[in-house]
Write a protein that binds this ligand. Structure first.
Ligand code: UGA
Length: 482
């Protein structure tokens, strides 16, 4: 039984989106943390005060704890020996077959085993298929570590990029997959400041939905159940998105508004309103990879999970449909100048992995368009994939992206994209055409503001409904209006 807050010495292996956020948050709730990465330059950057990813609250947590209870190193051996719990948060990329490539997990487990000199709890934090826990155990035993000197547990993360710190510190639930009470107790001790609610009374604690009277619950399961919970959660969320995207396509054909339909569906408490936003399809480093990996797990255990095939297929088709929508508005593409708002796979992050926005931009470039793009955080990472050049420019504000463009595309959901000055935008564009892949605007407002406005799952309106206000729209000097 764990009753009072005590500091635990923790090693977190991997300083990517998951590892770095987890390390900073563990330090924030009072533990001593060493974050390990084999990329020396990243370790140096973190040590020297750098923040390698765009994540709200992360800079403040790093500066609060760096050099005090949060250290960065490339020495896994020393980190293992000093730690009571070692969290593995290395990448599990998608292999050619769609399964998760676990070679980084394997390599780290072997190195941990070779460094162990006392009882350790090893915690899988990376998203891994069921049975990975068993494999880590076998790898450690093969390296000569006696069974009673370690436990392997699973503690999946449910962090969304962009809100990862709040998701960690104000979690919906904390899942602990552990076979022994000793290991489960150590994990419970680590999370006690959250589960007891004491963290939320601390002055300067990161604000969020949880409070000291409504702290996150712990769910203690088997290790296999914990592994499946993680994959199944992401697969179900991706299924919700593909489902609403198909409903959006039906709405579009029938002349209904998917936002109204989603609201109506989501008011059923059994369904819930979240993850019912229609758009250009899901992306990111998790859903595409995890849906494929879970489908692969099902295949391996002899279960037909054809539903997930459909989810993936719908997601691909959704991007193509959006592309056709752009074509329907512009007719031809060669030398057309297109403004793009949003490059990351969603707003609030700089991550462009599996970004639907990038797929659409690449396709437009291949058809001869000239793109001028803005994303508040992701331009730097995007340049590594699509370098700046005569047909691809990156600019620092939305109006610069729209300047003299034949159309403006909205491809992710940064809040600032939903708050544009419509009169200014109208004046800036060469033709007032906005094609919104995230439904950030009300079609009637856009039409009344003089735009040809196309969105997802809502009737496209091209004529101003209110001719009086349309008459007073600012006109460009060259008169180049549609
Ligand atoms: C996702 C899960 O939400 C997290 O719980 C999980 O921990 C994480 O994966 C992971 O496995 O590491 P994330 O990929 O950061 O988090 O982003 P989400 O907010 O889930 O969005 C994923 C994609 O779905 C984005 O492209 C987003 O724009 C899209 N989306 C989301 C929609 O198209 N519609 C929605 O209603 C919601």
């Amino acid at each position: 039984m764990v009753e009072k807050n005590e500091s635990v010495t923790i090693a977190v292996v991997g300083s990517g989106y998951v590892g770095l956020v987890a390390a900073a948050c563990f330090a924030e709730i009072g533990h001593r943390v060493v974050c390990v990465d084999n990329d020396e330059s990243k370790v140096r950057m973190l040590h020297d005060g750098g923040v390698p990813i765009h994540e709200e609250h992360l800079p403040e947590l790093l500066s609060r704890h760096r050099g005090k209870t949060l250290e960065f190193t490339s020495d896994l051996r020393a980190a293992t020996q000093s730690a009571q719990a070692i969290f593995i948060a290395v990448g599990t990329p998608q292999s050619q077959t769609g399964s998760a490539d676990l070679s980084y997990v394997d390599a780290v487990a072997s190195e941990i085993a070779r460094s162990m000199d006392s009882y350790k709890v090893i915690v899988e934090k990376s998203t891994v298929p069921v049975y990975t826990n068993e494999w880590i155990r076998r790898v450690i035993e093969r390296n000569g570590v006696p069974k009673d000197l370690f436990d392997v547990t699973s503690n999946p993360e449910f962090l969304r990029e962009g809100t990862a710190v709040v998701d960690f510190l104000h979690a919906d639930r904390i899942v602990i997959g552990a076979a022994t009470e000793t290991a489960a107790d150590l994990l419970k001790k680590i999370y006690l400041p959250l589960t007891s609610g004491s963290y939320y009374n601390v002055v300067g604690s990161v604000p969020g939905p949880r409070t000291n009277v409504d702290p996150p619950p712990i769910l203690h399961t088997s290790t296999k159940a914990a592994e499946i919970i993680k994959h199944a959660s992401n697969a179900l969320l991706a299924t919700k998105i593909s489902f609403i995207n198909v409903v959006a396509n039906i709405c579009e054909a029938a002349g209904a508004d998917v936002e109204e339909v989603a609201r109506g569906i989501g008011m059923d408490t059994r369904i819930g309103p979240k993850f019912l936003r229609a758009g250009v399809g899901y992306g990111g480093s998790c859903f595409p990879k995890d849906v494929a990996a879970f489908r692969h797990v099902a295949e391996q255990v002899g279960v037909d999970f054809g539903l997930l095939h459909e989810v993936e297929k719908i997601n691909e088709e959704q991007k193509q449909r959006f592309f056709q929508k752009i074509r329907s508005a512009l007719w031809t593409f060669r030398a057309k100048k297109i403004g793009v708002l949003g490059l990351a796979f969603k707003g609030g992050t700089d991550d462009v992995r599996e970004s639907p926005a990038l797929d659409i931009v690449k396709k437009l470039l291949s058809e001869g368009c000239v793109i001028c793009a803005h994303d508040p955080a992701a331009a730097g990472r995007c340049k590594e994939v699509i370098p700046e050049g005569p047909t691809m420019r990156y600019v620092d504000d939305p109006y610069a992206a729209a300047q003299d463009a034949d159309a403006l595309l909205i491809l992710n959901d940064w809040q600032e994209f939903a708050e544009l000055d419509l009169a200014k935008l109208h004046y800036t564009l060469r033709y007032p055409i906005v094609i919104d892949g995230r439904n950030l605007y009300d079609p009637t407002t856009m039409t009344n503001a003089g735009f040809t406005y196309l969105s997802v799952g809502r009737p496209g309106l091209t004529q101003p409904l209110d001719p009086v206000s349309a008459f007073f729209l600012p006109r460009r000097r060259d008169g180049a209006k549609a």
